[in-house]
Design a protein around this ligand. Structure first.
Ligand code: 13P
Length: 255
């Protein structure tokens, strides 16, 4: 079974809505040719989603849209938080959940990540659930067990159909924004283990269908190495996604 590649840009806290709209238009021209084989998604900050959604719809762009986080409750007195249906209303296709920056600075845990995954599916969108180890965990040779536990707890309680739709991004924390990366083989080993974990939880068809992305210092120069590994189905890109040329080159490397 072939999985469609997904290259997603996580814009983090870098773009105003106007800057984002321009970036999407620049990007769309460059990636249109890859769309049949490679899905390209952008994940602006919350304040940029409306403009992004409008530009994608009005200009009929071949581009998916994602948010960077969400609250797990459907609504309520949670000042400053955003509910899943608010994102669905803006035609978001994806929601990143459990990014290591949310875990480190905003207290996300495997338990809250799991609630967010549930809430995103319930609102008709697809979670991009992040996992990945710290340098200390890697040096202690505990990466595999650590990441498996993140996946088992974060992706618990789904149906097999939901598990098949899920996107999991493996992002070693020490590779994010540092220019350091694992070897493609070692990244693929972890991605294979993530797939096997989904297989153990939800069966072989879900394992074959789940898309596992690599993230962490993906650049135009190294993208091909990661994206040609058999268990890596795309990339979650930070810094290099803020430039239309470099992000388009990464998307083309997924062909
Ligand atoms: P960089 O590509 O800047 O290392 O960021 C990766 C990331 O955190 C994407 O979610």
């Amino acid at each position: 079974m072939s999985r469609r590649m997904l290259v997603a840009g996580n814009w983090k806290m870098f773009t105003t809505s106007g800057e984002g709209a321009v970036l999407i238009q620049d990007l769309a021209q460059r990636v249109e040719e890859v769309w049949d084989e490679v899905e390209v998604a952008v994940c602006p900050p919350f304040t940029g989603l409306k403009a992004a959604s409008t530009v994608i719809e009005l200009d009929k762009l071949t581009m998916s849209l994602g948010a960077q986080d969400v609250h797990w409750e459907a609504e309520g007195a949670f000042t400053g938080a955003i509910a899943p249906r608010m994102l669905a209303d803006l035609r978001c296709d994806y929601v990143i959940v459990g990014h290591s920056e949310r875990r480190e600075y905003f207290g996300d845990t495997n338990e809250t990540v799991n609630k967010k995954v549930r809430a995103v599916f319930d609102a008709g969108m697809v979670p991009i659930m992040c996992c990945g180890e710290s340098l200390a965990t890697r040096e202690a040779l505990e990466t595999d067990a650590f990441v498996r536990a993140q996946v088992m707890e974060g992706a618990a309680g789904l149906s097999a159909e939901e598990a098949a739709q899920l996107v999991i991004a493996y992002e070693p924390i020490w590779a994010i924004g540092t220019g350091r990366t694992p070897t493609p083989e070692s990244a693929n080993d972890v991605c294979r283990s993530i797939r096997a974990t989904i297989g153990a939880m939800y069966g072989p068809p879900a394992a074959m269908a789940v898309r596992v992305l690599y993230g962490g210092s993906v650049k135009a120069e190294n993208a091909k190495m990661f994206l040609s590994e058999p268990d890596i189905d795309g990339g979650l890109v930070g810094g290099a996604a803020l430039n239309a040329d470099s992000f388009a080159d990464i998307a083309k490397a997924a062909l």
